[in-house]
Design a binder for this molecule. Structure first.
Ligand code: FDA
Length: 398
């Protein structure tokens, strides 16, 4: 270190971003005896944890596997996920006496509040001797060991610099492009980013046709780009949401359709043929309403189908019904974007990072963890699992 830097407070590790990944990395490094400082520009830590899971934080998923993640390199996350499993985080939750339950599909939620998870992380940070500072925007003044940072509290230096600033979703909560911008400035490749786990929107005629169905929820198998999700969809004032749509949105590209099977587990053509024999006087709207709700069945008949008694349906009519329901093919005009997206697809290109340590190959001492990396989980606790696992992995090496 030069004379000029002799008076600058020095840490072994500085982590930028006190979210899920940053705090987990801090705990792991602190437990190894490293002198760790976490800096966040927001007025409190873990804001996304607090708002997650409807206030109850879906903190992991019992069935989290690499197949639940999207990345240009589908193997990259395997190493970290294998070394910090959902059971490791569950053990931490149990150690802190936090009640939790499985909602569905392996999704674990706090019984009481997301605040319990933030308290857990801060308690573990305190026990590991980690310093956490909020209201601390950061400028990086020097890259390379030692790294030098400028903060409102003055200059700092560190041996390892960890970028855990997350993605672009929900700017109101403090999301910034800090990690991507730093990468660009250092020539580190970044996979294109876009909003994911996000409602899709309609415009023009389609919006008018469907807008007043807002609030109706239906079972579905929703597919985008050939990837299917069996979950509920929800009509909204702007388009479609609900878990099926959020999941599919991560695979949807502008200009592409969504294929929505509104009669999962059923061959609709066969069903209609059988019902034509068994209940010939029943009108189509009422039959469809048994699955689609009365409002949706009514609208489908107004828009696309003739509301005849089943006995009068020709085979061609039946094919026509199936063509609008199994699947119902819709062409969204866009998504609600980062304003409401749960996550950001893309990010720091994994070719630049070690999958074991999350360290930058060409920049010794620099690490990227969590959502800022090009690893995006499905809905259901997988994104936090990646944050814990990547934070833990880097925390062992910083
Ligand atoms: P995260 O975004 O958590 O943290 C980044 C931190 O960096 C923030 O504290 C931010 O203030 C700070 N920061 C940003 N820029 C900075 C800068 N320039 N200088 C200093 N600090 C900076 N996932 C899941 O698994 N289960 C769930 O239930 C949910 N629910 C959910 C709901 C909603 C509404 C959203 C928006 C997201 C979810 N998610 C989720 C996704 C999950 O919240 C997300 O993937 C993780 O929080 C990512 O963790 P990170 O630590 O990488 O980033």
């Amino acid at each position: 270190m030069s004379d000029a830097s002799a008076n600058i407070p020095h840490y072994d590790v500085i982590i930028v971003g006190a979210g899920a990944a940053g705090l987990m990395c801090a705990i792991t490094a602190g437990q190894r005896g490293r002198r760790v400082l976490v800096l966040d520009h927001a007025n409190r830590v873990g804001k996304k944890i607090l708002m997650s899971g409807g206030g109850r934080c879906n903190f992991t998923n019992l069935y989290s596997t690499p197949e639940n993640f999207i990345s240009a390199n589908p193997h990259f996350m395997k190493s970290a996920l294998g070394r910090y499993t959902p059971w490791d985080f569950i053990a931490l939750v149990e150690k802190h006496g936090i009640g939790y339950h499985e909602k569905k599909l392996g999704q674990l939620f706090c019984n009481e509040s997301s605040k319990d998870i933030v308290r857990l992380l801060l308690a573990e940070c305190a026990a590991a001797g980690v310093t956490v500072r909020t209201h601390s925007p950061v400028r990086i003044a020097q890259t390379g060991e030692p790294y030098r940072l400028v903060t409102p509290q003055g200059e700092l230096s560190c041996e390892s610099l960890v970028i855990a600033t997350g993605g672009l979703s929900i700017p109101k909560m403090g999301a910034t492009g800090f990690g991507y911008e730093l990468a660009h400035s250092l020539g580190i490749p970044v996979q294109p980013t876009r909003a994911a786990l996000v409602p899709v929107t309609f415009d023009g005629r389609k919006l008018k046709q469907l807008q007043d169905l807002a609030g109706v929820s239906l079972d579905s198998v929703t597919a985008a780009d050939g990837v299917e999700f069996r979950e509920n969809l929800l009509f909204t004032h702007k388009g479609l949401s609900g878990p099926a749509i959020l999941q599919a949105s991560s695979y949807w590209q502008p200009g592409q359709p969504l294929q929505i099977d509104l009669f999962p587990d059923m061959d609709l053509v066969e069903h209609l043929r059988a019902q034509r024999e068994q209940r010939p006087k029943l009108v189509l709207k009422n039959l469809l309403g048994e699955r689609l709700t009365r409002r949706v069945a009514q609208r489908w008949c107004e828009l696309w189908l003739e509301n005849k008694p089943l006995g009068q349906l020709s085979d061609a009519d039946i094919e026509q019904v199936a063509a609008h329901c199994q699947p119902w093919t819709v062409w969204p005009s866009g998504t609600e974007g980062y304003r409401t997206a749960e996550v950001t697809l893309g990010g720091i290109d994994t070719t630049a990072l070690s999958s074991k340590t999350l360290a930058c190959r060409d920049h010794p001492g620099l690490y990227f963890i969590g959502e800022v990396v090009d690893v995006t989980g499905h809905l259901g606790g997988h994104n936090f699992q990646w944050a814990w696992a990547s934070g833990y992995a880097a925390g062992q090496y910083v």
